[in-house]
Design a protein around this ligand. Structure first.
Ligand code: HEM
Length: 424
């Protein structure tokens, strides 16, 4: 076992906050499957990550990994931590809230929200893409779907950010109990918030997704109240920061590749392809994990039941075995996108369609309206979330903001909403 690679693995959370983490991630990918320590295997190439994500001999219940001591055992029992048949039942019901038909009405609303957010900064000479565009867009969108009043959006956003900082997927020793304690409390507050929200009498809609969750029925089963609460809390957490990261990473990539930005400005119909290329090139969700629940072999390596598999999705999305010129940002790639940014298999992201709509609107409007945008000259500071990658803030200078077109170009574009784009 190479000590050098061990050090790269140990430093993963810091590496993911660097300006250019991919050369180091490539080293883990080239060595993968790689035994980082007893009971921990790093999987970072595209083929093996896809295999593991779809293999029924692996579990999403991280508490089954033998390396987790009691005190660092990750909190479980969210949809994303469940296995069949419980996962299958709940996922079928929740997915009714995310069909293409359910998402379609959001397209013009999200276009209008992006337009309004850009209008607000039009008379400044710079704006923070995270704080003034991506974050309000993603937070308001997910909260509106769940019927959360606007006055409470920031409260939920704060809890979600605290929760994400404490979702520590790696067995790397340096878990700060203050951070994980705060995360557990924030997760609890989200549940209590939704319990109170549901207890309030309401005439009419509680928000399209919450309505759909409350009424979802199938094969003689419905979601229990606790399941609805858990899904609401998960949706705020899973749907907010990842989408912010996608928009932040995308604006950085576009500004570092002005030719690609010009292409998008000339052809707003390219926006959905830009979204997929950003997801591949600089993935928001960099790490997920699985636990082997039976002995299996991967790339000649014997993996024992109870081993934790650390899947580096961002590294897999730069795999030369899967993508031509993987380190180039090219919004006109010929091959159909096969990236793993939304995972694959039974836990494929349920909100991928919604995230795509938001990012499509943001990139198209940014390219069309922001005049001579420039990246900050300082280093970009990345968030301290152990498995997500995205800028903490991204102040972009510009010479002006053009007026919004009367009919947003993205209102009619193909957003790839719903499950059709899922490769499950
Ligand atoms: C760019 C934005 C997003 C990215 C990169 C992303 C990424 C992911 C990934 C990688 C998973 C699989 C995790 C695993 O299996 O371990 C996942 C699952 C999930 N995501 Fe997303 N997500 C995004 C946006 C959203 C949005 C907007 C929502 C909803 C509002 C959402 C809801 C979910 C849910 C409910 C799951 C769990 C699905 C299941 O376990 O069956 N995500 N997401």
């Amino acid at each position: 076992m190479s000590t050098d690679l061990d050090e790269v693995f140990t430093r993963l959370p810091e590496i993911l906050r660097e300006q250019e983490p991919y050369p180091l991630l490539a080293r883990l990918r080239e060595a993968s499957p790689y035994v980082a320590s007893d009971g921990v295997v790093v999987v970072a190439n595209h083929e093996y990550c896809s295999t593991i994500l779809r293999d029924p001999r692996t579990s999403s219940d991280r508490s089954r990994a033998r390396i987790f001591r009691e005190d660092v055992r990750p909190p479980s029992r969210k949809l994303v931590d469940l296995d069949p048949p419980e996962h299958t039942r709940i996922r079928r019901l929740v997915s009714k809230a995310f069909t293409a038909r359910a998402l379609a009405p959001l397209v013009p609303r999200i276009d209008a929200m992006v337009s309004d957010l850009l209008d607000r900064v039009a008379f400044a000479d710079s704006f923070d893409v995270i704080g003034e565009l991506a974050s309000p867009l993603a937070l308001s969108t997910v909260c509106a779907q769940l019927g959360v009043p606007a006055a409470d959006h920031d409260l939920l956003g704060g809890w979600s950010r605290t929760l994400s900082r404490g979702l520590y997927p790696l067995p790397l020793g340096s878990v700060d109990p203050e951070v994980t304690g705060a995360a557990a409390r924030a997760g609890g507050r989200l549940l209590v918030y939704f319990k109170k929200l549901l207890a309030e009498p309401r005439n009419g809609s509680r928000g399209p997704v919450l309505d759909a969750l409350l009424h979802a029925e199938g094969e003689g089963t419905r979601l229990t109240e606790n399941e609805v609460l858990g899904v609401c809390a998960l949706l705020v957490n899973a749907g907010y920061e990842t989408t912010v990261d996608l928009i932040g990473n995308g604006v950085r990539a576009l500004l570092e590749h002005p030719g690609q930005l010009r292409r998008l400005a000339d052809d707003p119909g390219l926006a959905p392809a830009v979204v997929d290329e950003v997801l591949r090139y600089d993935s928001p969700a960099q790490i997920t994990t699985r636990v082997a629940v039976a002995d299996l072999t991967l790339g000649g390596l014997r993996i024992a039941a109870g081993d934790l598999l650390v899947l580096l999705l961002g590294a897999a999305n730069r795999d030369p075995g899967a993508f031509a010129r993987p380190d180039e940002f090219d919004v006109c790639r010929a091959e159909p996108p096969q990236h793993l940014a939304f995972a694959s298999g039974p836990h494929f992201c349920l909100g991928s369609g919604l995230a795509r709509i938001e990012a499509t609107a943001a990139f198209a409007a940014f390219a069309a309206r922001v005049v001579e945008p420039r990246l900050p000259t300082d280093r970009i500071v990345y968030k301290a979330t152990p498995s997500l990658r995205g800028p903490d803030s991204l102040r972009v200078a510009f010479s002006g903001v053009r007026a919004a077109p009367p009919v947003p170009a993205t209102a009619t574009a193909d957003h790839g909403v719903g499950q059709e784009r899922s490769r499950v």
